[in-house]
Ligand binder design. Structure first.
Ligand code: ADP
Ligand code: MG
Length: 692
């Protein structure tokens, strides 16, 4: 560790920048690897250099003046005996002008260009020629404006010297991971910071060099270890056992349902029931495509908890979502609860105090068997009598902080509740194995019977009239239609105007139908009224800006039009599309796109629309989304503040990932102190976040 600075000494700007970049410890600096390397080990004669090459030359300054055409610039002529070259600086300081005075012997490194006046370099890096030539490549690190490259280089170098780089891999581990044992952490880091000039540029760049392999393997191992450690920490906690009772509430619910479970639903209910019957808190993700029927699975899990005499909390990220998602579930459960003198309590942010008070009381007394709402459910004043199961819908929309709060909130008398998270965005396998390795996953991979596949059409906005004709046909058949407009925060006012205009236009074009408008700025009561008309079937067309609030289940809706589809993310589009095709009618999703000013559609937008047209499979969509966006954005809130993989690539380094996954449990069992050191080294204090 660097010597602690006296408390009063304020940090300098570069020191602050180091901290901000997460480079606080020596080991952090040592693990800050170069983006690229520059070869300053050789001097090239100007006469031998080719145009377009990046070279280092050395010579004497023979001319130095400030030119004013075409704009103010410093022009320096350098003569190396074989030829001359002009060095041009568009931005320069007086000190630079002095350092490059006529007669000085200097080194300049940059791209050599040909020009009207012979060879030149624009903004070369220069230094006095007295310095000895380095014998290794010069590292270039990613940095920020407040942190000059030279300062960072020195800091990294001293970090590298001071850091403890002792091996944390247990004997045999390197071999088990297929690593070259000659490349320990120390050797690998020294090599990558200062490779010799003869090192293969390709192996450095594409990270296939054994030194890179070593780092990637260690990084993946740290991730696996931290996930496993938090899983085991959780396994040490206690939760109430909730056995499934024959003839109990959950069987009554099954009997009351208007349909039979699909095989997949049946299987996941059993997986959940098995978890609930243990004294270890469940930590399970239920994933299933939009419309795959996750809600009824949640209801059955709730029924098991309630039957066992405990409380269950159900949370969704917004009020409308909470209501839409759980209305059915409550409809199923409430009649069964009434017979047992237990109730359902609602808790939302917009609730009036006088409505809220009796709800809080029911939660505290245990009378409420089921507590439904938004994150208001986990706020300070809410005291559960005996909470045993928390179910979170659309879990990815909850932030890390909220989930941490949830965990601390839910403890009752030293017992953790079981946790079931639900998501329609499936986690691609590589992510499930890495970032979500601490999570058990249940997957509904089958849609309820009788669904007809949705046809997706990508249509230019210029053909809007044809789309409106299509709406007319659907309405004539008694079907309903969604029309979704984007709402992007930066242009909210404009977008709202667009939606209003669309609403107006559709109302005029479809005089016989009731056309509704729903957007985020409307008062809650008005939103509710609009939703009621649409779910009730009286409203033929619903124009909506707020994507999230379209979380409705209207089987009669058979057409969805998404305007400016190019502005939506892939998983968003897929979620929206899932709102149709819920009944037996053939359904269509129309993606209207408008090219930009240049008459073009961006590459990623094109890829997204193409993916939508080509597949309706949520897993395939998620895989493509990951490929388009990369894990950083895909993970979103889960990873905010937490380190993403810096060196390893989940797809390209799959083999290493598999190996790390196999090694982690053994290492944690047999070499716990090495495991601890390894995780500390790689993740430092940041890994708490990974547990949320
Ligand atoms: P999601 O997984 O997107 O939350 P829902 O739970 O909202 O899906 O279910 C979509 C629709 O399918 C609902 O109308 C639900 O009642 C219905 N459903 C669920 N399971 C079945 C089933 N096994 N058979 C028929 N319909 C089902
Ligand atoms: Mg749902």
């Amino acid at each position: 560790m660097p010597a602690a600075a006296p408390a009063q000494a304020p940090l300098s700007a570069p020191q602050k920048a180091l901290v901000k970049l997460g480079l606080a410890r020596d080991i952090d600096l040592a693990l800050h690897l170069p983006l690229r390397w520059e070869d300053e080990t050789r001097i090239t004669r100007l006469a031998d250099a080719r145009e377009g090459e990046v070279v280092q030359v050395e010579g004497v300054v023979t001319d130095n003046q400030v030119a004013f055409r075409p704009r103010r610039q410093l022009v320096v002529t350098l003569d190396d005996g074989s030829d001359t070259c002009q060095l041009r600086f568009l931005h320069f300081y007086p000190s630079q002008q002095k350092a490059l005075a006529v007669g000085t012997r200097i080194r300049a490194r940059g791209e050599l260009r040909g020009g009207m006046f012979g060879l030149q370099m624009v903004h070369p890096a220069t230094r006095p020629a007295s310095a000895e030539l380095p014998d290794t490549l010069t590292p270039v690190y990613s940095t920020v404006a407040a942190l000059p490259q030279a300062y960072l280089r020195k800091a990294v170098q001293s970090g590298l010297v001071r850091a403890d780089l002792g091996d944390t891999l247990p004997p045999g581990a390197a071999q088990a991971m297929g690593l070259d044992s000659r490349w320990g952490l120390r050797e690998s880091l020294r090599f990558l910071h200062h490779p010799p000039p003869e090192a293969s540029a390709a192996a450095l760049e594409d990270r296939s060099h054994p030194a890179w392999q070593r780092l990637k393997a260690e990084e993946l191992l740290a991730q696996q270890l931290s996930q496993l450690a938090s899983k085991r920490e959780r396994d040490a906690l206690r939760a109430p056992r909730l056995p499934t009772r024959a003839g109990g509430l959950q069987e009554q619910l099954l009997a009351a349902l208007p349909f039979a479970l699909t095989g997949a639903q049946h299987r996941v209910v059993q997986e959940i029931a098995r978890d609930l019957d243990r004294e270890v808190p469940m930590h399970r993700l239920l994933q299933g495509d939009v419309g795959s029927g996750k809600t009824v699975v949640a209801a059955l899990a709730a029924a098991i908890a309630i039957e066992a005499g405990w409380q269950c909390a159900l949370m969704a990220p917004t009020e409308i979502l909470a209501e839409q998602h759980f209305r059915k579930l409550i409809g199923w459960l409430e009649p069964l609860l009434a017979g047992r003198a237990r109730s359902v309590a609602w808790l939302t942010g917009s609730q009036k105090k006088k409505d809220r008070a009796p709800m809080l009381e029911q939660v505290a007394s245990g009378h409420a068997a089921l507590v439904v709402g938004t994150h208001a459910v986990i706020q300070e004043q809410v005291q559960f009598q005996r909470l045993a199961l928390a179910i979170i819908d659309e879990q990815h929309r909850f932030g890390v902080a909220q989930r941490l709060a949830l965990r601390s909130k839910m403890q009752v008398a030293g017992q953790e509740p079981h946790l079931l998270m639900m998501s329609a965005t499936p986690i691609p396998r590589t992510l499930a194995m890495s970032y979500y390795a601490d999570l058990d996953v249940s997957t509904i991979d089958e849609l309820p019977p009788g669904r007809t596949p949705i046809v997706t059409k990508v249509i230019a906005a210029s053909r809007r009239e044809q789309v409106i004709d299509r709406i007319r046909l659907q309405l004539a058949e008694g079907r309903q239609v969604y029309w979704v407009c984007p709402l992007i925060e930066e242009s909210e006012a404009l977008d709202l105007a667009d939606a209003t205009a669309t609403h107006q236009q559709l109302s005029e074009a479809l005089p016989d139908a009731l056309v509704g408008l729903l957007h985020s700025r409307m008062p809650p009561a008005e939103k509710k009224a609009v939703m009621a008309l649409f779910t009730g079937g009286q409203m033929g067309v619903l124009v909506s800006t707020t994507v999230i609030e379209v979380g409705v289940d209207v089987p009669n809706a058979s057409l969805m039009v998404i305007e400016h589809a190019e502005r939506f993310g892939l998983s968003q589009l897929h979620q929206l599309r899932g709102r149709v095709g819920r009944g037996a009618a053939a359904s269509t999703c129309v993606l209207l796109y408008a090219p930009n000013e240049n008459g073009r559609l961006g590459d990623t937008a094109r890829e997204r629309l193409k993916a939508m047209a080509e597949t309706a499979d949520g897993f395939e969509i998620a895989r493509r989304d990951l490929a388009i966006r990369g894990p950083g954005e895909f993970l979103g809130a889960r990873q905010s503040g937490a380190p993403l993989l810096r060196f390893a690539d989940l797809e390209a380094d799959r083999d290493l990932l598999e190996a790390a996954r196999e090694l982690a449990p053994r290492m944690l069992d047999r070499h716990p102190e090495l495991a601890e050191r390894h995780v500390q080294r790689w993740l430092g204090g940041k890994w708490e976040y990974l547990k949320a």
